[in-house]
Ligand binder design. Structure first.
Ligand SMILES: [Cu+2]
Length: 149
């Protein structure tokens, strides 16, 4: 809870600078990882890590929100989830290939999170999870969730 409290206080400054991008129904306290431009933004204070990282505990539900103005996806890499863990992707796809095809061929909603939309996943297995945004993968829109017991 201390971490959450810290994040909340840190969010005040962030909210001020991002206010123009966040819709009225999307408050910073309602999600864990924002999507801005070509980046996942779990914590404005995180720096110096290889990939923007959000820390969670087993059983936690992590909420992503498109807090920017472009369409994004939350798509796990097949080999980016720990042994025995569920695959996850916005759009509910069973694997990475299905998620990529849905985007490329505009199947259904393609797994898109439009601005203001959210996606959530509950992590039941400890480990490191790597994911990306299909349309912005080449631009480096990658993220990581570290789940601990
Ligand atoms: Cu994106």
């Amino acid at each position: 809870m201390q971490r959450r409290a810290f994040l909340a206080s840190g969010a005040v400054a962030a909210a001020a600078s991002l206010a123009g991008c966040i819709g009225p129904s999307l408050s910073k306290s309602a999600y864990d990882v924002g999507m801005q431009s070509n980046a996942f933004v779990p914590d404005p204070d995180v720096s110096g890590t290889d990939v923007p990282t959000f820390e969670a505990s087993v059983g936690d539900t992590v909420v992503w929100a498109n807090s920017g103005s472009r369409n994004h996806t939350v798509t796990a890499y097949d080999d980016g989830v720990p042994e025995g863990a569920d695959y996850f992707a916005s759009g509910g796809f069973e694997d990475e290939q299905a998620a990529r095809e849905a985007w490329e061929k505009s199947l259904g909603d393609g797994g898109i999170l439009a601005p203001g939309e959210t996606y959530e996943h509950t992590f039941e297995v400890a480990g490191d999870y790597y994911y990306f945004c299909v349309p912005h993968e080449d631009a480096g829109m990658l993220g990581k969730v570290v789940v601990t017991e």
